[in-house]
Design a protein around this ligand. Sequence first.
Ligand code: COA
Length: 252
Amino acid sequence: MSLIDVRREEDICVLTLQREGKLNALSGALEQELLDAISDEAVRRSRCVVLTGAGKAFSAGADINEFADADAASIAAYYAGTGDVYERIAALPMPTIAAIHGWCLGGGLELALATDFRIADETAAFGLPEVELGILPSSGGAYRLVRLVGPGRAKELMLLRRRFDAAEAHALGVVTEVVPAGKAIERALECAAELATLPPLAVETIKRAADLIPEASREAAMLIERLGYAALAQTDEATKAVDDFTRRDRRP
Ligand code: COA
């Protein structure tokens, strides 16, 4: 059986991690299938991608059995290969949503952090247990967490606190929304359907701007905004939207 189920519904693509017996631990084979899935036409042409996990968990993290004998060269080769999937997901042009239930640990949380929106149900349990294994989150997770919650909170989560629940994840800003048990995928699909109705070039540009602006000086950020506007204002989708508005019949 495939480790990633790819389901396309109209403009939305749902990618489900399918390694239930191992709580969707992220093995190299699973990461490779995820890489293949996001390169697939079905995903490339979709307007929103939802990531979720089958069974009891979103994902319990990187496959610890594959950590053995990791030397510097093989780690470099890993990040040049399947380990690049986290960055590739973050770089997708369309919005991405993680629908999270159950365990969301280590690499599983790093994968969720690589998406744009995280919707967790009340069963979700988060943590970055890497320090106990003598390592650190290294698939972009430390970077993204620090940017999201600040260095103080990130240190607390990475060094002191092993697990946190959905309510705390929401209070910290790690998840965008908390929903009742079993409802994460339903809510993610609702959000995805809404995002899919919006002008795609504007959506992509806003996503890119939000990712780049925290890295930029004020002047560079202003340039991103204004160049983005200059490019978008000339698109068919923008001119049509403005036309539709100005032609609207406003008679009472
Ligand atoms: N890597 C590899 N296998 C994993 C895994 C991981 N990260 N997380 C869970 N599994 C496997 C278990 O080995 C077990 O396999 P088995 O049934 O063949 O023995 C199966 O998934 C179910 O896990 P189990 O530990 O029996 O479930 P549990 O409900 O008792 O505990 C956890 C759940 C998440 C608390 C526990 O599995 C755990 O601590 N996992 C590791 C989490 C982690 O450190 N992740 C970060 C890696 S960077």
